[in-house]
Design a protein around this ligand. Structure first.
Ligand code: PAF
Length: 282
């Protein structure tokens, strides 16, 4: 499996597929691949003639330099996992200068307010960074379809807006969250947790499942209190936010409307590692 470090080399390898009008699937990642990524790659291989997996830890989407420095980088292991998937897979592993050229900064986007909710409130500039790097990657890879996990549900909505704004001819496909047996959502950041932290972090999904179970019969304020209490009584996990939000706007909901679809979202720290998760409620 060849690792393409330059856009020119990747584009040369993809040329025969483009010329034959074959479809190109794309799975953008920051590496430290896990079963969640691999299930996206498998889906992409089933639905396209070839698949590009990019591995690039994008500096412009980190608002915390410690988080950027500590982000796991495991290229060899990533390639070994990808080799087990059957399909025409191309790995794109550019460095920042290759992608951004001389200007490693974000463009400013207006994603119709979605960028200001939840992750946007707590990670200033994060979605400008995500939008900027994906725009660069989409223009390099020119995929027909691109695949994203619903763990980053807000990111998925942002990417759908991005392709509208930039008029990019790519179909954005969201796929369900892949979980550990404990229910913990798979994430590259889980690699930074020790055994006890991994066990305790399962509280995030347990809580989301309880919220889902009680959603019909409880008010949102009761659910907010319940979640706060669950986290206060856990000494390892620190809740950053819990929100119930309308799926189409991602605005925080304080009351329920019969015709609106809602999801519950959590961001929490454990052992200095920030984890996020979400669940559909109705
Ligand atoms: O979800 C991620 O891993 C990143 O945000 C992405 C989409 C690869 C952009 O850097």
């Amino acid at each position: 499996m060849k690792i393409h470090k330059s856009s020119a080399s990747l584009q040369k390898a993809l040329l025969p597929f483009l010329e034959d009008c074959k479809s190109i699937g794309f799975v953008p990642t920051m590496g430290a691949l896990h079963k969640g990524h691999i299930s996206l790659v498998e889906q992409a291989c089933q639905e396209n003639e070839c698949v590009v997996v990019s591995i690039f830890v994008n500096p412009t989407q980190f608002n915390n330099s410690n988080d950027l420095d500590k982000y796991p980088r495991t290229l060899e292991g990533d390639v070994a996992l990808l080799k087990k998937v059957s399909g025409n897979i191309f790995v794109f592993f550019p460095n920042a200068a290759e992608l951004y050229k001389e200007n490693i900064v974000s463009k400013k986007y207006n994603f119709e307010g979605i960028e200001n909710e939840m992750e946007g409130k707590h990670r200033a500039g994060h979605f400008d960074g995500v939008g900027t790097v994906l725009d660069l990657l989409f223009r390099t890879v020119k995929p027909n379809r691109a695949y994203f996990g619903e763990k980053d549900f807000q990111q998925l909505q942002i990417v759908k807006k991005l392709v509208e704004i930039e008029k990019l001819p790519v179909e954005i496909i969201g796929s369900p969250i892949i979980r550990e047996n404990s229910g913990l959502a798979m994430s590259s950041r889980n690699k930074r947790l020790n055994k006890q932290e991994l066990e305790e972090a399962a509280l995030i999904y347990k809580t989301l499942s309880e919220v889902k179970g009680k959603f019909k019969t409880s008010t949102i304020s009761e659910l907010n209190k319940m979640v706060e209490t669950e986290f206060i009584s856990n000494s390892l996990l620190e809740l950053e936010y819990f929100e119930i939000a309308a799926v189409n706007t991602l605005k925080t909901a304080s009351t329920k409307n019969k015709n609106t679809s809602y999801r519950a979202f959590i961001a929490a720290f454990i052992g200095g590692v920030r984890l996020i998760d979400n669940i559909a409620l109705n």
